[in-house]
Design a protein around this ligand. Sequence first.
Ligand code: SF4
Length: 421
Amino acid sequence: MPGYYVWTIGCQMNKAESERLSACFAELGYQPVETPETADLIVLNSCVVRQSAESRVTNKIVSLRTVKKQYPGKILAVTGCLVDSDIPLLKKRYPHVDYFFKAGDNPPWLANVMSGNSLPVRPAPVTYVPIMQGCNNFCSYCIVPFRRGRERSRTVSDITCEITELVRRGTREVILVGQNVDSYGHDLPDQPQLADLLTKLNEIDGLFRLRFLTNHPKDMSPRLIEAIAGLEKVCKQINLPVQAGNDEILKLMRRGYTVAQYRRLIAQIRVKIPDIVLSTDIIVGFPTETQAQFQDTVDLLSEIKFATVHVAAYSTRPGTIAARELKDDVPQEIKDERLRTVEKLQEQIGTEINARLLGTTVEVLVEGRSKGKWYGRTRTDKLVFFPDKNERLAQLVNISITKTGPWSLQGKIETKAPQGG
Ligand code: SF4
């Protein structure tokens, strides 16, 4: 089922408007999801009544640039007070946003749906499946434990039944999601681990690929690493948020590991799975972060060379431990500068990593069409575009890579895959 994510700040009017939009999306068969990464529709309901609110809105819009680069099939829309200003200017400033629409209006794509045109959602071959809710960690910047409560896992049999049915209806790739998938199952009577769940799901006929997120560096087990290495449907890809490359900041974030422990974990993973593709999440401008501490993060990123880095500037989230105990004392200009530094560095690293794929042949699961080309992902989560006049949706195709860039690859089709969906 496609998912929607509505982010709201501001007054009761905005909250009511977001509820109205959410009801519309639910009516159309979308389900609410926890993160923009797992949503097909992302709507930001903005407020600009104070400078701090406007800064949070612009930060949020900018932080979604990477998500849109990685998942061009997602729809990103902005509504609320910000859109009362000059829309052409907003479009120019934020070209990655698909739609700006005024508060009270219907989202533009909804008009198409209501008049019987097709639903602009990410198609069926890839489906997100929640395996647990809640989180038992209390990272100081995070609201999830307060909003979603303690961890509650779904049973292996329940998840297996759902995915078997999804595959019967055309799903070819499943992304298992939870706030901390490494602690999956500890609350169930027989305490299955994520490795057990993956082993079971690996047996489902017709399912091509399995991915999962998000991992927690302090909880990732050697058994899970073995399972990723050994199960053929599990993609060799791990999202392992480090958040910062400095121990004092990690302590203030209450992450529960040191940079040295994180480095050791990465080394263990790379020994067991040499072709692993790693991604991470970073927060810059956390309270008290000095330039030298930020430089530690930059150094770590340069050393590990992640394939993808999701970076966000810190902003206070009311209700969190950090909001109560720490002063948001890094000026916005410094946060923006650090954000740009990480983005620039990652652009170079992504360019280098992707350049190695030039001239190789990769297997792509086709997810949709954008700007006249088909696009899909490799098993290592690389986004690939290729032209072809034939129907390719949900097929596995071999693509020979003819051009590479920091965020995506271009190529041409080589062979038809026999398993096409
Ligand atoms: S950041 Fe992740 S691990 Fe930490 S409390 Fe939030 S959901 Fe849990």
